[in-house]
Design a protein around this ligand. Structure first.
Ligand code: PLP
Length: 259
């Protein structure tokens, strides 16, 4: 992180209001939560007298199974935002540039600037046609928040190949991908996938997510994350990510049934 840029940074307002007297209709999270969260938390509390094992093998196995990649490629994080922070920490240096969709999630700009790098805005529906050459990073949010458009896996893979040729790391934010039927890009070479348990799992307050990358990129992410120990959902069994539940299917079907 660039010390000068940290001084210039400011908060990006998102995540709704913290005022308990206001009814917040801006929430974009699933109102239903997995049944076993409470038990996992109780387990974490019981184990909280000791530092957790920072290998998180159970969580990584479940997360890898969930997105279709090897567990070794999974790096547990405190929410999708920390996955993005890790991705930018290991790929950006002061003076670099990063392609970002516009409009999109406001934190990309701030996180990129914190590394001393410069975001370069591209219209949200033109990003996959942009030339990644000369940029250290390209960011795709799929489905994009707030426009909702979904990139097909084949278009994303084609863009990932062009990014690899240009030596540009592709960061794919899949915070809302669970609400669609598109597969994850997790495990693709040269790509960092950022996942969040906030949205589909309805758990914004728990701050759980993970990053996925393979090869040297994955090794750098894991090294950067090492020592940032978290207990909560990553302890013991972790939340059951492994198989899309009836709850997932219900959530996906609801908006379609409504139209
Ligand atoms: C597109 C997008 N990515 C990432 C995040 C961050 O997710 P988390 O709350 O898990 O840090 C959000 C949260 O609003 C988001 O909208």
């Amino acid at each position: 992180m660039d010390p000068e840029s940290v001084r210039a940074g400011s908060r990006v307002p998102h995540g709704g209001t913290t005022d308990p007297t206001v009814l917040d209709f801006s929430a974009n999270t699933n109102p239903e939560r997995p049944d076993d969260v409470e038990a996992v938390y109780r387990e974490a509390f019981d184990a909280a007298t000791r530092y957790p094992d920072d290998d998180y093998a159970d969580f990584r196995a479940a997360a890898g199974d969930y997105v279709g990649c090897v567990p070794e490629a999974v790096v547990p994080t405190a929410g999708g935002l920390e996955a993005l922070r890790l991705a930018f920490e290991v790929t950006l240096s002061p003076g670099d540039t990063a392609l970002v969709p516009e409009p999109s999630f406001g934190e990309y700009d701030r996180e990129i600037r914190l590394q001393g790098a410069e975001p370069v805005a591209v219209a949200h529906d033109e990003l996959l046609d942009a030339d990644p050459a000369g940029h250290a990073v390209a960011v795709v949010c799929t489905p994009n928040n707030p426009t909702g458009e979904l990139a097909s896996a084949s278009d994303l893979r084609a863009f990932a190949a062009r990014c690899r040729e240009a030596d540009t790391v592709l960061v794919v934010d899949e915070a809302f991908l669970d609400f669609t039927d598109e597969p994850s890009l997790a495990g693709t070479s040269g790509v960092v996938v950022a996942r969040s348990l906030t949205k589909m799992f309805g758990l914004p307050g728990i701050r759980a997510g993970f990053a996925v990358a393979v090869g040297d990129l994955g090794d750098r992410l894991a090294l950067d994350a090492r020592g940032r120990r978290r207990r909560a959902l990553h302890a013991g069994r972790g939340v059951r990510l492994a198989h899309p539940s009836a709850r997932h299917r219900r959530t996906r079907a609801t908006p379609r049934d409504a139209v």
